[in-house]
Design a binder for this molecule. Sequence first.
Ligand code: ADP
Length: 638
Amino acid sequence: MAKKQFKAESKRLLDLMVNSIYTHKEIFLRELISNASDAEDKLAYKSLTDGSVDVKRKDLAITIVPDKEKRMLTVSDNGIGMSKEELESNLGTIARSGSGQFKAGLAEDDKAAGDIDVIGQFGVGFYSAFMVADSVTVISRAWGSDEAWMWQSDGADGYTMTPCEKDAPGTDILMHIKENGDGEDYDQYLETQKLRGLIKKYSDYIRYPIRMEVEDYRMKDKPADAPEDYKPEWETVKEWKTLNSMVPLWQRRKSEVEPEEYNAFYKEKFGDWQDPLAVIHTSAEGAVTYKAMLYIPAQTPYDFYTREYEKGLQLYSSGVLIMDKCADLLPDHFRFVKGVVDSADFSLNISREVLQHTRQLKVIAGALEKKIKSELLKTQKEDFEKYEKFWAAFGTQLKYGVANEYGAHKDVLQDLLLFWSSSEGKNTTLAAYKDRMPEGQPFCYYACGESVDKIAKLPQVERILDKGYEILYCTEDVDDFVMKALGELDGKQFKSVTEEDALPQSDEEKKQAEEKAEAGKPVLEAVKEALGDQVKEVRVSAILKSGACCLSADGPISLEMEKYMSKVEGGQHMKAQRVLELNPDSAPFAALKRAVDAGDKDTVAKYAKVLYGQALLLAGLPIDDPAEYTQLVCGLMV
Ligand code: ADP
């Protein structure tokens, strides 16, 4: 019989499938089951609208039959079926198929091979059978017709059409499975266990039963006359089983799902051993229709801060898994969220355009971001202790979210942030900080350091606390960037306590400071000379109250940023311009002055080095030469 040729585009796609190096060949089963499910849908719909069609939904089913000896795998449905013309036009040409988006890639010739991952994301339908089979036969009888037709193809060189017999309407897809080779294990697609697993994984929520004959071990009934030392006996029984659970949890009404069910689903699906911190079960109808079930884990996943961690939500289309980790559904700052989104708008079988998907994904992602935020805010209000647990697990991620992309997401995240409050002695939100702020406080204050205790002892902190102002203690590397990204809180600027102008001075204070600076000039110059390029400047401090010295930075890079950048690859050259500040009212300053007046350069140099070392230590920075520093200090003692 003369072979008919595939249309050009179809042939390209077919070649791609036959020679596929794609690692997820297993998705062929999902594709065929999803086609079968659609065929059942169409028939069920017909029976609703056409009085002459009498089909009961409960009779509709999909069956899978593996045959190891013949290396055949058959997927059958009793759905709408295909006429001769439909077989030819549906399977002979790609134009109508859901693989439409592939066309773009195919046009660009060899680029398509690189884009092959698309298969895993949206599926390419029927042709994927050729990834695992060297010959495919489709026997179909359309509903309402007596004749059946057989479509047969070995792949590349076209297909044949032959009339045949078929008892009932519907479609059988018969695949002759390839021999193992090229490092591929095709045998597995004839194993009931493997097939069972694939159905569970990809097609669990198909709304028609997927049935297969499976072997089960069963304990034999105990005979009535069993002796006392009877040992139970086992037998193998073959029976037809429905392998999919058919109703996904997220399709059920919230009020009908028990908390334990939510938790069990989470643990099984996402491999966590702990209950989640929160569940968000939500749905929307309108521009885009979807149902979503999201989880916030209780603990930081062990690989959360590694490259291995992949963000994303499972994307389903009417119960069929189309993507395991759809990254576009989650913004980076909420990458810890796990869950499932199901939207019929992503139908596998309706012609799709990639662009349209992107738009829909954006709409859903936007709505989910709002949902996640409001759920977190609710927890923050109603159960602060629980919120602090969340914060301990994922707070850093939110802070990075604020600092990234020049603060593009700060408005979303600001309300979710927590900082340690100097006055409350515990975590506070920014809103609560603002509420407590006394009238006339010029800035929102923060101080960075290694730990709350260390920050509390910083010389620059003292003067702000003395004014009765509250300070946010920041103990993470990213904090300084967060504050810079936030910029202000309801119009009031964030200010590090280490900045010179953190407390605005009155004219009187300014005058006094200038006088002191003038009087201290010879000392400052002598110290600068002794320290050389290590510091950009030595100046009289407007900040210090009781301490003798501290370090501050001039220019755009703060000491905190320098510390942070020193740990980032390629960031080591980012250095703050260091300024040594001295307290002119302190005893060490007086001692320095005596040495300067006496022209004792040696002592001035020693004192200068000791003070600079102390300033570094207070700022949490390493001393360049610790041995020299200890010798100096010890020398001063004797
Ligand atoms: P898609 O399903 O994405 O449209 P396919 O290549 O998988 O693309 O299938 C092409 C067409 O063939 C389908 O749209 C459908 O009309 C028809 N078809 C495939 N499988 C079946 C089936 N089991 N029963 C009836 N029609 C089918």
